[in-house]
Design a protein around this ligand. Sequence first.
Ligand SMILES: NC(=O)c1ccc[n+]([C@@H]2O[C@H](COP(=O)([O-])OP(=O)(O)OC[C@H]3O[C@@H](n4cnc5c(N)ncnc54)[C@H](OP(=O)(O)O)[C@@H]3O)[C@@H](O)[C@H]2O)c1
Length: 403
Amino acid sequence: MIIICIFTFIIITRETLLKRLSILGSTGSIGVNTLDVVSRFPDRFSIIGLAAGTNLKLLKDQIRAFKPRIVSVLTDTLAMELKRLLPRNCRPEIVYGDEGLSIIASLKEVDMVVSAIVGSAGLNPTFTAVKRGKHIALANKETLVMAGKIIIKEASKQNAKIIPIDSEHSAIFQSLQGHRKKYLKTIILTASGGPFLRYSYKKLASVTPKEALKHPKWKMGKKVTIDSASLMNKGLEVIEAKWLFDITLKKIKVYIHPQSVVHAMVEYIDGSVVAQLSHPDMRGPISYALSYPERMPIELSSLNLLDVGNLSFITPNLKKFPALGLAYRALEDGETMPAVLNAANEVAVGAFLNRKIRFTDIPKIVKKTMDVHNPRKISCLEDVLIANEWARQKAEEIVSHSN
Ligand SMILES: NC(=O)c1ccc[n+]([C@@H]2O[C@H](COP(=O)([O-])OP(=O)(O)OC[C@H]3O[C@@H](n4cnc5c(N)ncnc54)[C@H](OP(=O)(O)O)[C@@H]3O)[C@@H](O)[C@H]2O)c1
């Protein structure tokens, strides 16, 4: 009898200690890194739901390794194909499309949802997860760029914590621990500057997608890599920081820091600056987001500043990289303008990757789209989705006229 009780106690304790996760975007760069972190701590996490887009080969391997109860793919055809690929004894429930994403985002037994779909497709499922009171490990910055106001409001209503995965925001989040918000003076986000930091504007006009996809420090998905090269990524991160840390635009600064070792800094009113430093490896911030407020012995390579030698910081050149300035403008205009900036940028990045426009056309298309938008008040998600759709169509038009 005593043995049975101890055994039951061990099982119950293990179950309560396990954090149950769903990952939206499991086959992407963040999704794969998240599963790498999870695989190192099988006693701490269990994977309940995975959502991918089209990469069935990788999703199949993930299903085999992590045994989720339910998975989602982009379309019904892909769902049928996945079913065929999986052996009967290792076949989770398979759902698909927007409904599938929504199911994965709101599973009853899930404690935390990792939001790692790229672009505006991440907004709806992340909002669904927040509405269900799930804690969010947030990589999909576009969610807060588009709809920060309503996401943060809903998260507070539902007691859902939003913990950043983006390395800069994780660095700020870490640098704020143990300090009172009222003492915060400025936030400084760093940017590597991307592959074209030292290029002239003329040279920028002729860079190819292949060159733009070679990030000097980080290995990431295509869209965020192009955004990093244009500095739009930093612009989106400024908006993300505004919402995550409830701070005015004037208090957010950006430094170019080519070594990508200092991920962000927080300056306090007494002049003290607290920073977070580490090797550029997304598994660090992912591990922190999953384990917060604990830390896990993830054993990534130690940072040796003697090896790094110099840490340098320079002011971003907004003439060469106007995307960052556009993001500040979108935030100043407020309401639907950041959603418009985001949508136009997604269209422009897609057009650049498909060789329809030049690299330097990306911010031009975003600006032209913003110039003809009158920001509308955001009262609900629908307002954001309407602005998103409008901006996509407008940006597509501008792209087609620019050829
Ligand atoms: N990568 C980084 O180091 C990094 C760092 C900070 C922040 N972030 C942010 O994290 C997010 C993800 O970035 P990433 O680099 O991981 O992107 P990624 O490598 O391109 O992966 C995107 C993921 O989203 C899935 N997906 C795309 N469209 C979808 C749709 N309509 N429905 C369902 N799933 C869809 C993809 O599925 P399939 O591949 O199966 O089609 C893939 O799993 C972005 O918002 C990015 O800004 C990334």
